[in-house]
Design a protein around this ligand. Structure first.
Ligand SMILES: [Zn+2]
Length: 290
């Protein structure tokens, strides 16, 4: 079956039909979220039209990881992660560990995660979170896969745990980084990668990130929507339904480039090169038709 042409439908208002100046990789798209089930093909088509041709779909528990793998099998340019989110860490047990280990042999799975620590909400106890996280670090070490990590209000503990594991794991990205400069520098010392979302587009709580983006080395920086969450608050037009989607990633690149004082083209190309190496993706070429 032929892929549909890379053009926009009328879901996004014209002011939100961006096109990135170089192909982008959205390293954090929660496309297994129920809000995407009814129009997945259109979402992916709009992403391609925006020059976001590669998507890493986040697997946050066993069920969603399996769904992410299914999506990756059906759609070119789509890959999956598989892990247990800290919110669900209390469900971690040996059966879960075995099931996850089996998924890491699937070619569509490019990272262990989303896993980590979230001491902001503590939906699972901190003890349960640490147990599940350490178990997944072990699986990452065994499989050699990189890690896709969630951390909220747990920067010090995250650093200490990763410091102990650093020589055993390959690479790790702190996705949706929102912490302070001290935490960023600690992560830099461990040679971690950093994922940035539209959080810095938020005038209420993202201001501190604007001053930090220049402190993230270009070869350690990747970009993500974390859709359907975190719709950028400063988009140039209103979006009905307020569901974030991969086609809006170029706006986040535009914002980061502005605060970093670098061209969008250079930032787009660098983040894609970094993501391609990090997730060991096939090299991404500019599509022939524009
Ligand atoms: Zn997260």
């Amino acid at each position: 079956m032929a892929e549909p042409a890379d053009c926009f439908d009328d879901v996004l208002p014209e002011a939100l039909r961006f096109r990135a100046p170089a192909p982008l990789v959205d390293i954090g798209a929660n496309l297994t979220h129920e809000s995407f089930t009814r129009d997945m093909d259109a979402v992916l088509q709009r992403a391609r039209a925006a020059n976001v041709g590669t998507l890493i779909v986040t697997g946050t528990d066993l069920e969603h990881a399996e769904q992410a793998i299914e999506l990756a099998r059906r759609h070119p340019g789509v890959y999956a992660t598989a892990g247990v989110h800290p919110h669900d860490a209390s469900r971690w047990d040996n059966n879960m560990a075995r099931a996850m280990a089996a998924l890491y042999t699937e070619p569509e799975v490019v990272a262990v995660g989303e896993c980590g620590l979230d001491f902001n909400r503590n939906f699972s106890s901190p003890e349960a979170q640490e147990r599940a996280f350490e178990a997944q670090l072990g699986l990452a070490a065994e499989s050699g896969l990189p890690l896709f990590i969630h951390e909220r209000d747990a920067g010090k503990r995250m650093h200490d745990i990763l410091h102990a594991w650093r020589d055993d794991i390959s690479q790790a990205v702190i996705h949706c980084f929102t912490a302070d400069r001290e935490t960023l520098y600690r992560y830099r010392d461990l040679d971690l990668h950093i994922g940035l979302t539209g959080w810095l587009c938020d005038e209420r709580r993202g201001h501190h990130l604007r001053e930090l983006v220049s402190d993230i080395p270009l070869d350690r920086l990747m970009v993500e929507t974390d859709c359907p969450y975190l719709l950028p608050r400063n988009l140039p037009a209103k979006l009905k339904g307020r569901r974030h989607e991969p086609a809006l990633l170029p706006w986040i690149v535009h914002e980061i480039a502005y605060w970093r004082d670098i061209s969008e083209q250079a930032l787009a190309a660098a983040t894609t090169q970094t993501a391609t190496a990090f997730f060991r993706l096939p090299v991404i070429k500019e599509p022939q038709n524009g």
